[in-house]
Design a protein around this ligand. Structure first.
Ligand code: SAH
Ligand code: SF4
Ligand code: F3S
Length: 436
C-alpha cells in the first residue's frame, strides 16, 4: 500500500519544532510519510503557538485555506496540535467542523489511536496533562541519517507564572526527563549524523533529571563521542546556578552563546511581571558568566509596553541593553493574553508600544551588527550545515551562532572547520578555509 502523506505546519518555539518531528515519527509508525505539499496530504496537522495575540484567529484563517481541499477530498483529515489546541481546542472543534482532531502538547503520544478513530469517521480530542510521560510512550526514534544539528527536549512546562505569559497554562507544570533517556536519545542522534545538540526546555536550566541539574547533564553529554557541540535554551536568570555558570568556562563542547531573557530593565516592571529578580541582579549574573567565559555572546527577549510601563521604565530597558551588549535578541510588543494577570491591568496605547519597539530594535540591531562586524579578522569554528545560495558555497554556524558562508569544494554538511572571517554582511559572515 502506498504510504499516506502527512503535512505538518509548525508555529512558535523550538519546542514545537521538536514536537513536530516526534509527531511525524509517531505517525510514521501508522504508515505516514511527511510531505511539504498540503494538496498531497491525507492528513494536515497545524502545530500551533499561543504566546501572542490573534493566535486562534491565525489558526482559523490557516484552516480556511484548506477548505477547498477538504471539500474536494472528504477523507482528508485535519488536526490542530500545540498550545492553541491546549488552550482553545474544544472551541475550535465546535466552531470549525472541518477539524477532525485536536491534540495538546502533552498528549501527542496518543496520536496513533486518535488517527485510527478519525479514519473510521469519528472526531478525537485530547488535551489532557496525562500522568504518564509521553516520551515513554513514543516509539524509539528512526535510524535514518539526519543533518548535523538537532533539538532535544529535556524539560517541559513552567511553574514561574510571569504575569504576561500563557506557557504555564498551555504546557503545564515543570517536568524534567530522566538523564538516561536524554543520553540514549543523544547517542542515537549522534549515530544518525548529528554533531550539535540544542537542549530544549521552557525553563531548560531548571532541569533536575540529573545530579547537578543541567550542568550535570551537559558534562555527561560532553562524554558522548562524536557529539561536538552542546547548546541549551531557554533559560531563566534565577535558575542559572553556580555549576552552570562554571560549565561555560570548563566544558569545551558547551558553546559560548547564551539566550538569557530579561524582558525589561525597570525594577518596577520586573516586579509586576513577576520575574522575581531585579535589573541589578541580572547584570551581576552576566558579569559572573563573562568571568567564566569572557567571549560569551548573549541573547535576550524583551517586551515593550507592558501595562503601566512609563517612558522612564522603557529607558531603563534601553540602559540595561547598553550595559549588556547583546549579540542577538528577540523583542515583542506586550500582547494581552486572556486569563493572565497582566491582561487586567491598565494598558499602554498601541502607538506608544510601536514607538518603543522601534527604538528598542534600533539599539539591538546596532549592537548585533557591531558584535558581528567585530568577528572580521578573527578565526572561528564553523559547523557546516548545507550548501549556500551561490554555487560552490557552504553555510554553517560559528560557535557564536553567526551564519558563516565559505566558498570551498572540500566541505560537506557535518564538517567542522576553522575559518578566518573576512567580511560581515547584513545577516551573515563570509570567511575562508585554513590553510589560507
Ligand atoms: N521561558 C522563556 C520564554 C518563553 S516565551 C523565558 O522565560 O524566558 C518566549 C518569549 O515570548 C518571552 O521571553 C517573552 O519575551 C515573549 N512573550 C511571552 N508572553 C508574551 C506576551 N504576552 N506578550 C508579548 N511577548 C510575550
Ligand atoms: Fe513564560 Fe515566564 Fe515561564 Fe518563561 S518563565 S515560560 S516567560 S511564565
Ligand atoms: Fe508558543 Fe507554546 Fe512555544 S505558546 S512559544 S508554542 S510553548
Amino acid at each position: 500500500m502506498a504510504p499516506k502523506k502527512l503535512y505538518i505546519k509548525t508555529y512558535g518555539c523550538q519546542m514545537n519544532v521538536y514536537d513536530s518531528e516526534r509527531m511525524a515519527e509517531a505517525m510514521g509508525g501508522e504508515g505516514y510519510e511527511t510531505t511539504e505539499r498540503p494538496e498531497d496530504a491525507d492528513m494536515i496537522l497545524l502545530n500551533t503557538c499561543h504566546i501572542r495575540e490573534k493566535a486562534a484567529e491565525k489558526v482559523y484563517s490557516e484552516l480556511g485555506r484548506y477548505k477547498g481541499l477538504k471539500a474536494a477530498r472528504p477523507d482528508l483529515k485535519i488536526g490542530v496540535a500545540g498550545c492553541v489546541a491546549q488552550a482553545e481546542g474544544e472551541e475550535i472543534m465546535r466552531r470549525q467542523p472541518m477539524v477532525d482532531l485536536v491534540v495538546g502538547p502533552q498528549s501527542y503520544h496518543r496520536l496513533p489511536e486518535m488517527e485510527a478513530k478519525v479514519r473510521s469517521g469519528g472526531k478525537a480530542l485530547d488535551t489532557d496533562f496525562p500522568e504518564e510521560d509521553k516520551f515513554d510512550h513514543l516509539k524509539g526514534r528512526p535510524k535514518a541519517k539526519r543533518g548535523p544539528t538537532a533539538f532535544l527536549t529535556v524539560q517541559e512546562g513552567c511553574d514561574k507564572f510571569c504575569a504576561f505569559c500563557v506557557v504555564p497554562y498551555t504546557r503545564g507544570a515543570e517536568v524534567s526527563r530522566p538523564a538516561e533517556r536524554v543520553l540514549t536519545e543523544a547517542r542515537d542522534l549522534v549515530e544518525r549524523g548529528v554533531r550539535e545538540i540544542t537542549l530544549l526546555g521552557q525553563n531548560v536550566n531548571a532541569y533536575h533529571g540529573h545530579d547537578g541539574g543541567l550542568a550535570g547533564l551537559i558534562h555527561a553529554l560532553a562524554e558522548v563521542d562524536g557529539l561536538e557541540r552542546i547548546r541549551f535554551t531557554t533559560s531563566h536568570p534565577n535558575d542559572m546556578d553556580e555549576a552552570l555558570i562554571e560549565a561555560h568556562g570548563t566544558c569545551d563542547k558547551l558553546m559560548p552563546y547564551l539566550h538569557l531573557p530579561v524582558q525589561a530593565g525597570s525594577d518596577k516592571i520586573l516586579k509586576r511581571m513577576n520575574r522575581q529578580h531585579t535589573a541589578e541582579q541580572y547584570l551581576r549574573l552576566i558579569e559572573r558568566l563573562r568571568a567564566a567565559r569572557p567571549d560569551l555572546h548573549l541573547s535576550g527577549d524583551f517586551i515593550v509596553g507592558f501595562p503601566e510601563e512609563t517612558e522612564a521604565d522603557f529607558q531603563a530597558t534601553l540602559d540595561l541593553i547598553e550595559a549588556v551588549e547583546y549579540g542577538s535578541a528577540f523583542s515583542f510588543k506586550y500582547s494581552e493574553r486572556p486569563g493572565t494577570p497582566a491582561a487586567e491591568r491598565p494598558q499602554v496605547p498601541e502607538d506608544e508600544k510601536d514607538d518603543r519597539l522601534q527604538r528598542l530594535q534600533a539599539l539591538l540591531t546596532k549592537q548585533q551588527r557591531s558584535l558581528q562586524d567585530a568577528m572580521v579578522g578573527r578565526d572561528v569554528h564553523v559547523l557546516f550545515e548545507k550548501p549556500g545560495r551561490l554555487p560552490g558555497q557552504m553555510v554553517g554556524k560559528s560557535e557564536y551562532l553567526h551564519a558563516v558562508h565559505v566558498e570551498t569544494s572540500g566541505i560537506v554538511p557535518g564538517d567542522l572547520a576553522r575559518i578566518r572571517i573576512e567580511s560581515s554582511g547584513p545577516n551573515s559572515l563570509k570567511g575562508v578555509m585554513y590553510p589560507l
